[in-house]
Ligand binder design. Structure first.
Ligand SMILES: Cc1cc2nc3c(=O)[nH]c(=O)nc-3n(C[C@H](O)[C@H](O)[C@H](O)COP(=O)(O)O)c2cc1C
Length: 474
């Protein structure tokens, strides 16, 4: 366990899909803070970059350091295209995740997580974390192991209650088989995902067990997780509802207004005195992106802050230049609106969406898109009436969803985040009619920090400039 004065003050938030790139995390880490890569859908990211020819050679350089080269051969054979795909040719998809577990899929998840962490750690001694979503349960064990193989220092998990993660980390680092309880709708039966780290054919145990920070929104959840050594994380990121990405649902009932926006009140404000009294180290996130807010967080007894939006706009982030500059431009517009959309995300959690006519937040573009579920990360499992486990997603074609006993009324506004967020980083799928998937942009709704930094750097900034800004009052 690091001593309090070796904890980072700034955590660069994990932003999916691959907005928190290894390039961004590496710069933050070299500067002495915690750089975090996003592990969300990283298997698809790596597979698509290989199909685009891996022009810089970075992925193959990292792969060459992976301890099982047979696995690497198999992945390269399947996905690598010298010189990149032919123009207009769709990407070959990775296998969808399933509870049965599939060796190729686990290998790919582990290798992709390894690649991203390894690249972020290459050539310096700073610390690196990996962020994943609790909601994508079927990917968790293989991703944890892959990141551990690259000597990851921190794991950060939100969007759900990550009670099983401390034990998973303990067991996987020892090379023990794990059985992770997973959510299956329409049944009371318990279901488990089984994972054997030794199935990857690498005998390197024990591996370093990284520290685990749970991303939560309330003191009640801190008390709940801290109650038992098996569920207690090594610290917390306390995320306020203005944070970018997914937000916890509001605690009050009838919390959606006529515009479909989640509405929060004082019940959603965490009690920092109670969190401080818990004795666990913590960081504050969501609107803690100005020099004075960093100082304020420290005065509450926090170790520091986790910041997302500022870093999403840094030159090293995974956003395409077009998306980065469109957000930068919007910031100059006083009417810029970031909506806490209650129905956009298939997870059912509110999701922050920048209102922008060129993206899927434009209703016409959303309606023109043909629904398809070909990546499937946000599918939920359900018990089939005739037996067996099925998979459904509210953003899939509505008749399919209905056939699978999904509640169609609640699926009307659901957007395919998997495809849209791949488009955000320039890896959008090409469809048979030649169209390319359209972006949907998420961002924090507290614009004070990004606007203040834009005033200093109107043409944009890099990670180092964002860090200097954040730390200028401490
Ligand atoms: C573009 C973007 C994507 C995000 N994606 C994720 C994610 O995949 N997982 C996660 O835990 N948090 C995600 N977040 C939240 C950030 O990690 C961070 O906690 C949050 O942005 C802090 O609030 P701020 O934007 O006001 O700084 C995302 C934020 C942004 C802006």
């Amino acid at each position: 366990m690091p001593s309090p004065n070796s904890y980072p003050t700034i955590i660069q938030g994990g932003m999916g899909i691959a907005v928190s790139s290894w390039q961004l995390a590496k710069e933050v880490s070299i500067a002495g803070e915690l750089g975090v890569i996003s592990g969300t859908a990283i298997d698809s990211v790596v597979a698509r970059r290989l199909q685009d020819g891996d022009p810089t050679g970075d992925i193959r350089r990292a792969m060459a350091a992976f301890p099982n080269q047979e696995t690497i051969k198999e992945i390269l054979n399947r996905f690598f295209i010298e010189g990149g795909r032919e123009a207009g040719k769709p990407y070959l998809d990775v296998p969808k995740l399933s509870i049965k577990g599939n060796l190729f899929s686990n290998n790919l998840l582990a290798v992709a997580s390894f690649v991203e962490v390894w690249l972020a750690k290459e050539g310096h001694t700073g610390i690196i974390g990996m962020n994943i979503l609790e909601k994508i349960q079927l990917a968790i064990p293989a991703q944890l192991y892959g990141a551990m193989l690259a000597d990851v220092d921190y794991i950060l998990i939100g969007a759900g209650i990550p009670a099983q993660v401390p034990q998973l980390l303990n067991e996987i680092s020892l090379g023990n088989k794990v059985a992770m309880k997973v959510d299956v709708a329409d049944t009371k039966e318990k279901h488990y995902l089984h994972f054997d780290p030794r199935s990857l054919g690498i005998e390197n145990f024990p591996t370093k067990r990284p520290l685990f920070l749970a991303i939560v929104t309330s003191h009640a959840l801190v008390a709940y997780l801290n109650k038992d050594e098996e569920t207690k994380p090594d610290g917390y990121v306390i995320e306020y509802h203005v944070a970018g990405g997914h937000n916890a649902p509001p605690r009050a009932k009838n919390h959606v207004n006529e515009e479909g926006e989640a509405v929060y009140n004082e019940l959603d404000t965490p009690n920092l005195e109670k969190i401080f009294a818990s004795g666990s180290p913590f960081w504050l996130a969501g609107g803690y992106a100005t020099p004075s807010k960093v100082r304020e967080a420290l005065s509450f007894g926090a170790q520091g802050v986790q910041v997302g939006s500022l870093f999403a706009l840094a030159q090293e982030s995974g956003f395409t230049d077009e998306n980065r500059s469109s957000i930068l431009q919007s910031l100059a517009d006083p009417s810029m609106r970031v909506m806490t959309d209650a129905s956009a995300s298939p997870t059912g959690f509110p999701f922050k969406v920048i209102q922008n006519n060129q993206t899927l937040s434009n209703d016409n573009l959303y309606k023109e898109r043909t629904r398809i579920c070909d990546l499937g990360y946000l599918r939920t499992m359900f018990q089939r009436e005739k037996g067996g486990i099925g998979y459904r997603c509210p953003a899939e074609p509505l008749d399919n969803y209905e056939f699978k006993n999904g509640e169609v009324d609640q699926a009307q506004g659901s957007k395919c985040l998997c495809n849209a967020l791949m488009a955000d980083i320039g890896l959008g799928q090409t469809r048979p009619d030649g169209r390319i998937e359209i972006s949907l942009l998420t961002f924090g709704s507290d614009l004070e920090g990004p606007r203040a930094l834009r005033a200093l750097h109107p043409e944009g900034w890099n990670a180092m400039q964002a860090l200097n800004f954040l730390k200028s009052a401490i």
